[in-house]
Write a protein that binds this ligand. Structure first.
Ligand SMILES: [Zn+2]
Ligand SMILES: [Zn+2]
Length: 343
């Protein structure tokens, strides 16, 4: 067949013309010369449709191009490439739209000017306005927190917030933190996530959980509530020595309402209800551990000497204890001396 346009003996693609002639006259993509892209100057996220996304400029630009350009459905396997230069907040780009048609690869170029518009996103304006939906309160039973504990708790919560943010909770932020001896208050922007964080704190540090709501006024003719999530951390901590039912224990881990502890006389592990660890029966923590000199030992007994007073004492060894060092760690509770379980 002869092409009606170029007269060559070619296979006819459409309307009596060959592929070459068809391509010459057909425009497969079309787009505007200017695109406006909204950028939040505080958090550097871009607005796309009605949401703000933290994506690289190239990706956002491609999304906008996909929406703003019309691309012929004849083109298959369309890809969009851009090459941009920035000058004084105006970005000059060349857009390359490629696709295939009956085995031919077609690439079309479009010059495009991208104007970056600055606008603070809702989340940043909320943050700037001190917005919060929930208060996470961490308190303790019967005692105040030490500086180390306050620091540990604070960084644990900040880490959890960071993990939620990384997993896509963009609207989550800490508006304010109040640190006092009696505990910490975190003002959080999302009540749902604040609840998950409160549960995680309880999981990690043990204790009770309570929630309460208070009215924060009306919004769009609806009552708005602020939540308070209270985690009351128990009086005991990991590393404490305590007595329960005349047995002396070393506390090794906390679980919501239970503790795992080692019986100091046998070194056997046991799970005990948290409420059974009474504040009045806690002796203290690792600061009570003292090193003593090993004088001699038999299968079941070990003789130890105080390195200051040189007083010696013989005690029964726990079942699994094997001592092959010159010094051992011990703890004295109510006048009883125990070998400290190293493992
Ligand atoms: Zn032709
Ligand atoms: Zn922002």
């Amino acid at each position: 067949m002869f092409c009606v346009e170029c007269g060559k003996d070619e296979s006819i693609f459409r309307n009596g013309v060959c592929m070459n002639c068809y391509l010459k006259h057909t425009q497969f993509s079309k787009g505007p010369p200017i695109l406006d892209v909204m950028l939040c100057p505080r958090c550097s996220s871009y607005k796309y449709k009605n949401t703000w996304v933290a994506e690289p400029f190239d990706d956002i630009l491609k999304r906008h191009i996909k929406d703003a350009f019309s691309i012929s459905p004849e083109l298959k396997g369309v890809t969009i490439q851009t090459r941009c230069n920035e000058k004084d907040r105006v970005i000059t780009c060349m857009v390359f739209i490629s696709g295939s048609l009956e085995g031919y690869t077609i690439t079309e170029q479009h010059p495009l000017t991208v104007r970056i518009r600055h606008n603070t996103c809702e989340i940043c304006s909320r943050e700037a306005g001190g917005y919060y939906e929930a208060i996470l309160q961490i308190r303790s039973e019967h005692r105040t927190f030490t500086d180390v504990e306050l620091k540990t708790l604070r960084s644990a919560v900040e880490k959890m917030v960071g993990q939620f943010q990384e997993s896509g909770k963009r609207g989550l932020f800490i508006t304010d933190i109040d640190v006092k001896r009696e505990g910490l208050d975190f003002f959080l922007s999302e009540k749902g996530t604040a609840l998950s964080i409160a549960k995680k704190v309880q999981e990690q540090f043990g204790g009770d959980f309570k929630q309460s709501a208070s009215s924060a006024g009306m919004k769009d003719s609806r009552q708005v509530y602020r939540m308070t999530y209270l985690v009351r951390i128990p009086a005991y901590r990991k590393g404490d020595f305590f007595v329960f039912d005349s047995v002396y224990y070393y506390l090794i881990s906390l679980h919501a309402n239970k503790v795992r502890a080692i019986d100091l006389s046998s070194w056997a592990e046991k799970v005990i209800e948290g409420k059974d660890v009474l504040p009045s029966r806690i002796f203290g923590g690792l600061e009570m551990v003292k090193e003593m000199i090993v004088v001699s030992q038999s299968k079941n007994e070990i003789q130890l000497m105080d390195s200051k007073s040189y007083a010696t004492v013989e005690i029964h060894k726990p079942k699994d204890a094997s001592v092959d060092t010159a010094m051992v760690k011990t703890v004295k509770l109510d006048g009883y001396l125990f070998l400290f379980p190293e493992k």
